[in-house]
Design a protein around this ligand. Structure first.
Ligand SMILES: N[C@@H](CCC(=O)N[C@@H](CS)C(=O)NCC(=O)O)C(=O)O
Length: 230
């Protein structure tokens, strides 16, 4: 039995973290027996991040390493998908660009932040919660400043992510999944990011852009329902 170490469920998602949702979908798609172990402390993990899986072969951290581990055990996440180059580029777009928009939408927005604090960090005693989370938030936003997107206003960010959202809709082109009729690897990442954007608990610009786009919203819901993780 594989154990997925994941952030908790919340905001209607099986995890607050889209990378943990992706890992759940990989495990589902691989058809292996797995269970979840919720954690809010990634510090002891190999990269100090979640997700990670505990396996008979040891601890595997990072959703990409989880993917390659499961592939070595026989999983086929691509199926009939032909255009794997585009699929790969979509994965990078979602993980190395869209994800940071979601981070800023949640951690960088003064209205959203208190909701994040009280939900992500509910297990920290109330008296300690603000000082501890303020320093985590400061470090996160410093990282976003270094990454670059943290220097943009919400309008500039929306402008910047528009090309990604348009590309996803264009790639779908009326088909149920990114690579065609069959769900495959890029869907596990891209739909997880869209789902996270939709789940942000206040109507931010990004949240509303995705929620009100029937192509993107239906696609994210379709993948989530297909993978059926609660
Ligand atoms: N490349 C990693 C990214 C995972 C990741 O960014 N996890 C975030 C949550 S969504 C995390 O654990 N952050 C904790 C931290 O940065 O301190 C993967 O694919 O698993």
């Amino acid at each position: 039995m594989i154990t997925l170490i994941t952030y908790r469920s919340g905001f209607g998602q099986p995890s607050f973290s889209p990378f943990c949702v992706k890992a759940m979908w990989l495990l589902q798609a691989a058809g292996v027996a797995w269970q979840r172990e919720d954690s809010n402390d990634p510090r002891k993990m190999p990269y100090a991040k979640l997700p990670a899986i505990r396996t008979p072969h040891g601890l595997i951290a990072d959703s990409h390493n989880i993917q390659t581990y499961l592939e070595k055990q026989g999983a086929d996440f691509w199926g009939k998908a032909v255009d794997r180059v585009t699929g790969h580029a979509l994965i990078r777009m979602a993980e190395e660009h869209m994800y940071f928009h979601i981070v800023l939408d949640r951690w960088g927005n003064e209205e959203v932040w208190p909701i994040i604090r009280e939900n992500y960090f509910a297990d920290i005693p109330a008296l300690l919660r603000r000082p501890i989370t303020n320093s985590i938030r400061k470090a996160t936003l410093k990282g976003m400043h270094a990454q670059g997107l943290g220097r943009f206003s919400p309008d500039e960010r929306l402008d910047r992510i528009e090309g990604d959202l348009t590309a996803i809709a264009a790639q779908l082109d009326g088909r149920p999944y990114l690579m065609g009729d069959q769900i495959s690897l890029p869907d596990y990442t891209v739909a997880a990011m869209l789902g996270a954007a939709m789940a942000t608990p206040l109507p931010t610009k990004l949240n509303q852009r995705v929620v009100n786009d029937p192509v993107l919203a239906d696609y994210a819901t379709r993948v989530s329902e297909k993978m059926a993780v609660t």
